[in-house]
Design a protein around this ligand. Sequence first.
Ligand SMILES: [Zn+2]
Length: 150
Amino acid sequence: MENIAKQLALDERYLRMAQVWSENSYCKRRQVGALVVKNKSIISDGYNGTPSGFENICEDENDKTKPYVLHAEANAITKMAKSNNSSEGATLYVTASPCIECAKLIIQAGIVRVVYSEAYRNNDGIELLEKAGIEIKHVQLQSYEQSSTE
Ligand SMILES: [Zn+2]
């Protein structure tokens, strides 16, 4: 029981860090942050945005998200491809539930656990992760804020 409470507290902390990290995103429509954690260390991070070297603007003139904007999870996973870190067996913390494209990357990256806070209206990504046997945990951060004001 104590371990479960400890894990939940840890999950909430990492999720809040991912939420703070999402503030780096210059996207106007939606800001998402992601952290990859392994053995209690953050081995990668990401937020949604355009690829390196591109303008820091996510929306086109019609206020639509540009097709080449990378999601936070994709940025966190591809960042590891440039590093010596391996995501095998890691946990991904992300402020919004992953889409199906990111779910594919999460599976192939060997990530075994996904913790997210905000549920996306489309559940395809979560369903794919479940099918792949990845442990999924939904933690609502709002409830944490409420409980801290008691
Ligand atoms: Zn995605």
